[in-house]
Design a protein around this ligand. Structure first.
Ligand SMILES: Nc1ncnc2c1ncn2[C@@H]1O[C@H](COP(=O)(O)OP(=O)(O)OP(=O)(O)O)[C@@H](O)[C@H]1O
Ligand SMILES: [Mg+2]
Length: 254
């Protein structure tokens, strides 16, 4: 970890009609840091990363990537910047009609304009990096198990050697053993690339494995941020209720 922020979000606000999802939210992601966002369902975790990726437009606030504000960039400038990002979407979201290797190579071919033969070679290397055999390269995602689909989606997220990788619920729906291996792969891939990561998870075991720092999203703001050690020691009642999965606490009464 270093002290240079690679992403700085300042006073980000995003509403859908009268539903104010993000309310003057600010935070920084440092180089090589793994930051994990936790929070109840529907609190805006996915919206936050979609705003940073430019998939949703913020109403106000700044999103600075290496000092450049993406909210005021042209479409082509933003597209260029996005080639430095990798994304593992909630639910995996591989393209059904493409083979596994075409899925992994998607960003190389579409985003970077690489020729298909070269992209396929890299895709196979990336499949190996997530412990998938080259024999899966030419089959379709539907023929893979859920855990293998996640690995393939992870291979796609790292294909362009991104500087920042976003993981939205990478282990949801997987059994604890497969979740453990996906977490190990995430840690290994992020470390091998020297990348920074922003992850969203409901899974406290995953969080403990992958987080350098944690932020709790509630009512549009990150109401608490700190390291995992600080999380275990804090007397913040929201953090306490969330990490212990308690039915009684401030979330329930506000
Ligand atoms: N494109 C959209 N149009 C309108 N409302 C949206 C849109 N995307 C998200 N929302 C609303 O924003 C709020 C936050 O949604 P978001 O998907 O970020 O939640 P989340 O914290 O990721 O939840 P979960 O843990 O269930 O994935 C919800 O009230 C949702 O209905
Ligand atoms: Mg979500």
């Amino acid at each position: 970890m270093s002290n240079t922020p690679i992403i700085r979000v300042e006073n980000l606000t995003k509403s859908f009609g009268s539903n104010k999802v993000l309310d003057n939210l600010s935070f920084e992601l440092f180089e090589k840091e793994s930051f994990v966002v936790i929070g109840g369902s529907g609190t805006g975790k996915s919206v936050l990363i979609k705003c940073i990726l430019g998939l949703l437009q913020a109403d106000s606030g700044k999103i600075l990537i290496k000092g450049q504000d993406i909210t005021t960039m042209s479409f082509s400038q933003r597209q260029e910047l996005l080639t430095h990002f990798g994304m593992l979407f909630q639910g995996g979201a591989l393209f059904d009609s493409m083979t596994v290797s075409e899925n992994v190579a998607f960003g190389l071919v579409q985003g970077m304009g690489m020729d298909k033969t070269k992209a396929r070679k890299i895709a196979i290397e990336k499949l190996k990096a997530v412990d998938l055999s080259p024999s899966v390269a030419d089959i379709f995602p539907a023929e893979l198990s859920g855990g293998m689909q996640k690995r393939a989606a992870l291979a796609r997220a790292i294909a362009t050697n991104p500087e920042v990788i976003f993981f939205d619920e990478p282990t949801t729906g997987l059994d604890p053993i497969v979740s453990g291996t996906i977490n190990d792969l995430i840690i290994r891939c992020v470390r091998d690339l020297g990348a920074s990561a922003i992850s969203i998870t409901h899974d406290i075991n995953s969080l403990r494995k992958i987080a350098d720092r944690v932020g709790l999203l509630f009512k549009g703001k990150l109401i608490w941020t700190g390291t995992v050690q600080e999380m275990d020691k804090t007397d913040n009642p929201y953090v306490h209720q969330f990490i212990n999965g308690l039915t009684d606490g401030p979330f329930t009464h506000s």
